[in-house]
Structures are given as C-alpha cells and as structure tokens.
Design a protein around this ligand. Sequence first.
Ligand SMILES: [Zn+2]
Length: 680
Amino acid sequence: MIFLRTTTFVTIFALAVSLSPAAAPVAQNVNTQDMDRSVKPGDDFYRFANGGWLKTVAVPAGQTSYGTSAMLIEKTSERVRNLIQEAAAAKPATGSIAQKVGDYYASFMDEAAIEARGLTPLADEMAAIAAITNKASLSAYLGATLNTEVDGLTANADHVFGVWVNQSFTDSKHYVFHLLQGGLGMPDRDAYIDPSSKMAALRAHYQSHLAAILKLAGVADSESKAARILSLEIRIAQTHAPDSDAADVFKQNNLWKRGDFDVKAPGMDWDAYFKSAGVADQPDFIVWQPSAVTGTSALVGSESIDLWKDYLRFHLIEHYASVLPRAVATEDFSFYGTILSGAQPMPDRSKGAIAATNGALGQAVGELYTQRYFPPDAKAKAQAMVADLITAYRTRIANLTWMSPQTKEKALAKLAALRIGVGYPDTWIDYSRLEVVRGDAFGNMRRAEAFNRSRNLAKLRQPADPDEWRIDPQSVGAVIMFSPNAEFFSAAILQPPYFDSQGDAASNYGSAGAGIAHEISHSFDELGNIYDSEGRLGNWWTAEDSAKYHAAAAKLVAQFDGYCPLSDLCVNGKQVLNENIADLAGLLVAHDAYVLSLKGKTDVVIGGLSGEQRFFLAFAQRWRRAQGETALRRQIATDSHPPGEYRSDTVRNVESWYKAYEITPGDKLYLKSEDRVGIW
Ligand SMILES: [Zn+2]
C-alpha cells in the first residue's frame, strides 16, 4: 500500500467546445497569456507553453517553489474557510451536516468559553489516570486510548498504539486489524536517538515543554518528572522500526494471532488492553512494527506505574491542547510551532479551527464543498474521461512488447478490477449519530473522536469495501491504494486549471487526463507489480518481463541523464526513471483517450490552436513550476521526479506531438524515431 499525492497538476481551461471558434473568447479557452510565442515549440516546448507565466510569477516569501498545486491549495482553502464560516453564521437546522460543521468551528473559536472552563473538562480522564494501580488497569487505560485514525504511512500514532482497519494482504474480502507503533510526543524515532547536537538541543527543548505542560496542570516536581518522561519516550523510540522499513511492505505484513501477544510481547496485560479497546473478540492481527509492540509492552511491564501515569497526564493535556485554555495552546505552539516547525508568530486561531473541523468532519465539509464546487455533472464528465483512459490502457497493455502473454492476462484482469473514485464518494459517511454542541469545543472533539473510533472499529465486522474513500473531496490531491486495488482523485484536484467540466476537452485530457493516467500506470509498474487484481501481495511479473522492461527503460535513463539545467548539475536518469515512465505512460494513454473521446470527429480550433495542439500545451503547462537555484539543486539531488521542464519534454517521445506542432529535424528537441522511447 502506498499513498502518492500528485504534485503539480497544471492545465488550461476553456469554454464548451460546442461554441463556434469565432464565439469563443480566446483568453478563456486557452491560457495563451501564459505562453511565449516568440519561442519555437520545437526548440523549447516548456518555455513556449509557459514563458509568459515564468516571466511574471514570483515564489511567495517563505516558500521555496510555486506552481499550480500551491495556487489551488490556497484557492481551495479560501473556499473551504468561507463555507465553514457561512455554516457557523447561518444557524442551519439542528442535526444537519451544516449545523455540525458550523457549530464545531464556532465552538473551537469560542475562546471565552474555553477559558472559562479551564482544565475542568479533563477531570474525569485525570481521575481515570489517578485510579491506575497495576499493570491490568494501566493496560486497560492504554487500550481505551487506542488511536483508530492512522494509516499505513503513520510513523508514530498519537497514543501508545494505533489501529489501521484495512483489508489484509492475503484476503481482500475482510478488514483486518493492523497494529501500528506510536506513543512519541516528537514526530519520530530519530528525534529521540539521533546523537547530533541539533537533535540533542531539540530533546532539551522538548523536556522543557514537558515540564511546562505538567506545571500548567498543577503536577508537582514537574522538572524531574519531565526528565523521566523523556527517558521513557527515548526507550519507546528505541523499539520503533527505522524509517527504511516503512518502504518495505513485506517487513510489515506480520500475522499474529491473539494468543501470540502474550508469548511474543509480554509485559502488557493484553486481555485488559483489547477488552478496553473494544476488540476482545478480534482473532487476527497484522503487526506493522513487531519490535515496537514487543518493546513497548516490555516497558509496560518494567517501568513504574507512577512514571506511566505522569507520561499519560502529559499526553492527555497535549492531545487536547487545541481546545484547552490559551496558556496551554501557547506553550504547545512554542514547542510544536516555533521550535519544531520554525513558524512564528502564532497563526490566527481560525486556521486551527478550520483544520480541526476538517479533521473531525472531513466528509461533512466535503459534502458542502462538492454541492457548491463539484456538482454531479462534473463528476460524470470526469468519470467519462476515466472510462476513456481505461479503454486506452486496455489496448496499450494488449500491445505491449515487453510483457509476456500470461502477464498481460493478469494486467488486464487487474485493470478490469481497478476502482477509480473521482470527485467524491457515492455514499457519504453518516454523521447522524455524532452530536456537535455549540459552545463545547472539548466535548465536540471528544465525541468526534469517539464517533470515528466506533465507525472504524465497526468495519472489522463488515465486508471490506474497496470503494471506501481515503481522501477528503476538499483536499487537493490523489491517493493510490494498492491494497485494495483502488485510486481516488479529489474534487479539489479536479478543478481548473487542471480540469474544467464546462471547458475544453482537449485540455482536460492533456492535463488531468495525463495526471490520472500517470497514477494508474503505477498500479502496473514496479510499485504496483507486487499487488494483484484484488490488492493481495504477490508479484505477478515474470523475471523475463522485468528484464525486458528495464532494457526498454535504459533509453529513457540516457535521455534524462542528458538534461543539465546548470553547467555542474545534471538530472540523474536512474533516480527519476520510475516517475518518467509514469509520465510517458500518462501522456500516451491520455492522448489515445482524447482521440477516443472525439469519436472520429475533428475538434474545433480555439484561440488559433487545434485540439491536438491544446492537448500538448495543457500537458506542458501542468508541469510548470517557479523555483530558485537552491530548490532546483535539492530537487535534483533528492526527488524521484525531475524538474517540470523535463517532465514537459516527455512530448519528445510522442509521434503526435511532432505532427501537432510540425517539429522537424532542425529543431532542438527533435529526436530521431529510433531514439524515442515507448515502453507503454
Ligand atoms: Zn508518480
């Protein structure tokens, strides 16, 4: 399983193609103002498409690069902010999702009510911690805090463990309990064990933060307790799996039966733990990081109950800091905001309120968002484009030269089974059982967590649903789930300039279409080839497929090795190969799909550009990015994607681009046919 967030998704947008060319205002059809027509497309297609934009764009202060993705995140955040604030002001019907969204936000913003309550909302939880007297009651308390809002990419669950409810790697029909490591107050293991002076200083700051929070809660001996809590967290961190394991699903697929916990991970009273977590009857588990489960359980057995109680008091306050009085929130920001993230001053509270509302009621906000910005008609248009992409893939796979006939059969079966969600889910989460009360920020957060927890754990008793959405519609992004075999593209990423349901189809296929086709290719390449049609683990390529694939890819490595933006800086073709193959697949398939969509008709001319020209222009515009030299050097050194200019140059491998722009052997980007790369 892997999440891939698509990076820059850039295109142009337009009026409906049914308008006659004469009636179509140029500026709204194609982003011609972003082009530089003084550049020959065959010499520098990226600057031909983006030269105007590159001359005027500025990287915003505090950022290292800027592109359409960043622009869309800004624009969408503003829209979401307005929707939530409108719901808060409008007093919608009690029980409606708008009431819940609005009241959640308004309560979070009501600092006077929060201040007036002080730390009293924590009283019953504090009493529960005080009542811990032995390993059984400690284990029961830890079980009650099991975090259900994590996924396979979570490096450190908030609370000692987290559960991700997902289908298993051997059985696609049932959900399984994936147990994940957690319990650290700093982001990851390295913050605790890295011996560098920078990390040592960070630990000292964290210890001061621990002491300050305990002091605010009236805990005596806060300084010495802070030192001991830090030392406990260091020992928890030492048991956490290293980051390098996170990329290897075979290291995470560890099947444990309920009885294995007592044998393999003594210390915790597991009966008490699982009973309190509400999963006493759970027989099967996938233990994502066995070392952390074994190690943390041993610490439950070996460390004093009093130390664990102090640890839990700190984490309780920390967990609810955003809905506690200002003194707590300010102390929290001084560590997590300033020390850890370098941010200052403290952002406007409304920013945190929006994030909290999105976090608690993600699909409720998504429903309000799509009602306004992504109607059913937009979804239908995007689905029709996806259907064309799938048809195009079917033909491409059938004609591949590097895949053996038996592998093609498996690839086609996987393609047929692939679920692609666009815009928003067909069935929304039902929030009717979640009560949101205006003026009770703490209670709302607690009830929302309980709601999500019982919803997540209930899945363990239901058949696995491959169409379960893994991204909110209002998040600008996409998610690939290899297990199950599904991909999701949010409404917020399917908006202009990437995709315009009312706009020019050629541009939609060249931009969003190529982006979706890029992601689809990952389900069939060296990322996806270890997951079958149902998302079960098992490599379905043969050794011969792999050898032929790499032989075909060698030319693409050489092509990208030849791109040198600075005299001492060239792209590393091997490092970016997998993404370049996906870009190439995305472009080829999206072009096939565009041709299919025309059903034999000729596309209109808009802004002096043919449909074919607009298709490739949109592709080149989707990769544009403004960045300085430092960011460029960092990208080339570390990123698996090459700079946008060279992603745009993927067109050099595609015959139709040569035709569309009449590229000739004298042009700088011209490649002889034997030097062009196919692969897909
Ligand atoms: Zn990719």
